[in-house]
Ligand binder design. Structure first.
Ligand SMILES: CSC[C@H]1O[C@@H](n2cnc3c(O)ncnc32)[C@H](O)[C@@H]1O
Ligand SMILES: [Zn+2]
Length: 446
């Protein structure tokens, strides 16, 4: 922008602080973010904007930190309807004895509509603007996300056995291929392939998944090395660690997102580094199921991209990425035995630009840079429990509550304004959630 040009913008957001994420570690004071259509037009000092910008709409956020929207890289959105249903259990008991039977009884396209809407309401309200999902009826979840206007990677599930969504790998893959075709070229929704885990998907479907990914460019997301049991059982059965088996089958590459990775040795790090695969860290789910701890600092310093996810609301039990960030930073320090590991700025990067990188979309998402999509959030730091503010990045990770998220925009469209959701009818949603809760409660008393 030269000194005397007058620039038009659809929206000008005046903020006390702007944390653009790129360049890394920067906090800009008294800046404005300009939005034109779906994209960020500029980030500039307010004094310059006063002279040069004519905006259709101006929003003043005098006590707020403005930053890119958060990217929740792993979850099972519709499981929000199972929140708090089977607590205090280890992974395989939780899955085999509680969650899979409940899914068999209740999960349908209607369940997925209401559960996904509930999850999106929570995610939007707590600062997420992009999420990744792996669940049954992905075609339904994709339509729900698209109608609301939230950005999403929707991974269709693949398992060896039949579920409510299909009879086995053949049907999962043919329905999945249709999902990929439906959303090809859409800027809000990307379809991905979600082999559930190495212990539920055998070699033959894994090879077909690799071929489909190579043909279509679709990303692959898989639960991997979630527990020590998973790795020792695989070594006994196959003689290989699951990471090695996936690498041998051609599944580890820059389009692969490995969720959890609580068990990591030097060979795993080398495989991740060489392949360019990403790690999705879900600290609170790993803590609650006592699955293990991901060595995030070691992965990051080895050059592996680590993004962050909540996992589903039945193992977390919320979808609040700010809470997840605090947990990630705290655990990251203890695991590294280094208080300097995983700084506030590093944690914010994991939930933004690293997520964008894992999606293969860091050229258009994950930071407040001119030309990227206008996926923006504002957090109000005016509350007494957030005073004084020496460093807003510190407050966002260590002190703030996600309830302080006051505004969010996705592709320039307002999703949260003054703390209220603009595109979800919350009272209507609550009635539907109550009705599911009654049915689920009744059946657990049977
Ligand atoms: C194939 S759809 C997703 C499938 O995964 C189950 N699930 C939810 N959380 C986890 C987890 O942490 N590890 C493994 N599997 C998980 C979910 O209930 C669905 O059945
Ligand atoms: Zn999961």
């Amino acid at each position: 922008m030269t000194a005397d040009t007058i620039v038009a913008a659809d929206l000008r957001i005046n903020a006390r602080w702007v944390i653009p994420i790129e360049p890394a570690g920067v906090v800009l004071e008294d800046h404005a973010v300009l939005v034109q259509g779906e994209r960020i037009a500029a980030v500039l000092p307010r004094s310059e904007a006063d002279k040069q910008v004519r905006a259709r709409e101006v929003i003043d956020l005098p006590h707020h930190a403005v930053m890119p929207g958060l990217i929740n890289m792993h979850g099972h959105a519709a499981m929000s309807l199972f929140r708090g249903m089977a607590d205090d259990l280890p992974l395989m008991t939780w899955l085999n004895d509680h969650i899979w039977p409940a899914e068999g009884k209740f999960v349908s396209d209607a369940f997925t509509v209401d559960g996904t809407r509930l999850a999106i309401a929570e995610m939007l309200r707590t600062g997420t603007t992009t999420f990744s999902d792996m669940y049954f009826f992905p075609e339904v979840a994709a339509e729900v996300a698209h109608d609301i206007g939230i950005r999403a990677q929707i991974c269709f599930p693949v398992l060896d056995f039949p579920t409510m969504w299909g009879s086995g790998p053949d049907e999962y893959l043919s329905k999945g291929q249709a999902l990929i075709e439906r959303w090809q070229g859409n800027s809000l929704i990307t379809a991905g392939i979600g082999p559930h885990a190495p212990y539920t998907v055998s070699d033959e479907p894994l090879v077909r998944i690799q071929e489909l990914a190579a043909k279509t460019g679709a990303p692959i997301q898989i639960h991997l090395h979630e527990t020590a049991f998973e790795v020792t059982e695989a070594l006994e059965k196959t003689g290989k660690r699951p990471s090695e088996r996936l690498a041998d089958l051609g599944l580890l590459g820059p389009g692969t997102q490995c969720v959890h990775m609580t068990q990591v040795d030097d060979t795993d790090i080398e495989l991740l580094q060489r392949s360019g695969a990403h790690v999705i860290h879900c600290p609170e789910s790993n803590l609650k199921l006592a699955s293990g701890l991901c060595p995030v600092d070691r992965l990051l310093t080895s050059g592996v991209n680590v993004a962050i996810g909540t996992d589903g609301a039945a193992s977390n039990n919320d979808l609040d990425l700010f809470g997840e960030l605090k947990s990630a930073a705290m655990i990251g320090k203890v695991v590294a035995e280094n208080a300097a590991a995983l700084s506030a700025h590093n944690a914010l990067a994991m939930a933004t630009i690293n997520g964008a990188r894992a999606l293969g979309r860091d050229h258009e998402l994950g930071s407040l840079v001119a030309g990227k999509f206008a996926d923006i959030i504002a957090v109000d730091l005016s509350d007494p429990f957030l005073q004084p503010v020496y460093d807003p990045a510190s407050h966002l990770v260590y002190s703030s509550h996600s309830r302080q998220v006051s505004h969010s925009w996705i592709a320039g469209v307002p999703q949260v304004q003054e703390g209220a959701l603009t595109r979800i009818d919350v009272p209507d949603l609550m009635l539907k959630v109550q009705s599911w809760a009654e049915r689920i409660r009744q059946s657990s008393g049977e």
